[in-house]
Design a protein around this ligand. Structure first.
Ligand code: UT7
Length: 343
């Protein structure tokens, strides 16, 4: 390779144009069926009182058998696209965060692309557990900022009811089904997604996992009878890690933008446990009225949680154009992520 060719290889980086990236539409979808704490009292040895005081959850949504993760994702995506005024032909990239894909492969984003009637644009899933939606936002954001794509659809969608152990009272009371979506585009105003932080710690893969069905423990009669195809969680360990990781991620994102909590209009945390959210809010110095909570209605919907909460908070008018908001999530992996957006 000649010297000039070598130097050309480096030039695209310097020519990259960084464009502001905005969330121009959000949407969400939850199935109609409500499973209440009272319903769970009839299924496992639990009480409404225990679930409410330990988690803050009162009810969750359960999708019917025929409904796949991609079906919920498409509903959420259509609502986001409608709000954004974006036609399916304009989507350049589809990213879906999920731990409950329709199938191990093809990826769920391909099913979504087809069901939406979108063009044959790239479509892939992000498996970062509950952090999948913000990981997706960051990836989509980078593609638009660089000028590679104009319009990116980012979705968090889960049918967790299919991987919950309905015999394990310590986990089955926590999770639900649903989907949230965002359409990303560049707009001329300078604000938009201001900073994103992502992280992972692979030394604690065992505290929250679904061990069976992958290359390590392929599906067999033994893995089924050992109940390896359902969620396993060491709740207390996850709890401790969640608070610390989300605090660190939130502070890092604020620091990147030279902002403090006083500048933030609305904090939208991962909706796993009210006690986690309260501990996080207190460490961040975020007053109750700034923190958006909907987990009492939906439980933990993993990658969809923050996406649904963002959509609901926006539609409820919890923040207006120009306001600063902070998203922060944590999940299996361990993974975590945060994002500061000027709406
Ligand atoms: O999205 C990824 C992030 N996931 C999370 O953030 C989840 C993090 N963890 C948590 O939210 C909490 O740890 C839980 C809600 C899962 C559990 O709360 P905890 O305060 O950590 O309770 P524990 O697991 O220590 O259990 C306390 C007691 C135990 O009984 P003993 O051993 O003290 O007699 C459990 O067997 O509560 C019992 N228990 C229940 N009792 C009634 C556990 N689950 C239930 C239940 N109903 N559903």
């Amino acid at each position: 390779m000649t010297t000039s060719a070598k130097s050309n290889l480096r030039s695209p980086k310097s020519k990259r144009h960084i464009r502001p990236v905005h969330i121009v539409g959000t949407g969400s979808y939850v199935p109609d069926r409500i499973l209440t704490n009272a319903d769970l009292e009839k299924m496992v040895d639990t009480t409404d009182e225990w679930i409410t005081t330990r988690s803050g959850i009162k009810e969750r949504r359960i999708a019917p058998d025929w409904m796949c993760t991609s079906d919920m994702a498409v509903e959420a995506a259509r609502r986001a696209m409608q709000q954004a005024g974006v036609h399916e032909n304009e989507i350049d990239l589809i990213i879906c965060g999920t731990v409950t894909p329709d199938m191990p492969f093809p990826n769920t984003a391909c099913f979504i692309q087809h069901k939406l009637g979108a063009r044959h644009v790239p479509a892939f899933d992000i498996e970062a557990a509950c952090s999948g939606f913000i990981y997706g936002l960051e990836i989509g954001q980078q593609f638009i900022a660089s000028g590679a794509y104009e319009t990116v659809l980012v979705i968090g969608a889960e049918k967790l009811s299919t991987i919950v152990d309905w015999q394990d009272r310590s986990t089955c009371v926590l999770f639900g089904d649903g989907a949230g979506a965002a359409v990303l585009r560049s707009r001329s105003e300078e604000h938009g997604i201001l900073a994103t932080c992502m992280g992972a710690n692979g030394s604690q893969t065992d505290i929250l996992s679904l061990p069976g069905g992958g290359a390590k423990f392929p599906a067999s009669k033994e893995t089924v009878s050992a109940r390896m195809h359902v969620i396993k969680m060491e709740g207390k360990e996850v709890f401790k890690n969640a608070v610390i990781a989300m605090q660190t991620a939130a502070e890092e994102a604020l620091k990147k933008c030279n902002l403090t909590m006083a500048d933030i209009k609305c904090v939208i945390p991962h909706q796993a446990n009210l006690r986690i959210i309260d501990a996080l809010a207190s460490r961040l110095g975020a007053p109750e009225e700034k923190v958006y909570i909907n987990l009492h209605r939906y439980g933990n919907v993993s990658a969809a949680s923050v996406a649904i909460a963002l959509d609901e908070a926006a539609r409820e008018g919890r923040f207006q154009r120009g306001d600063l908001i902070l998203l922060v999530v944590f999940g299996a992996g361990l993974t975590w992520a945060s994002c500061v957006i000027q709406w």
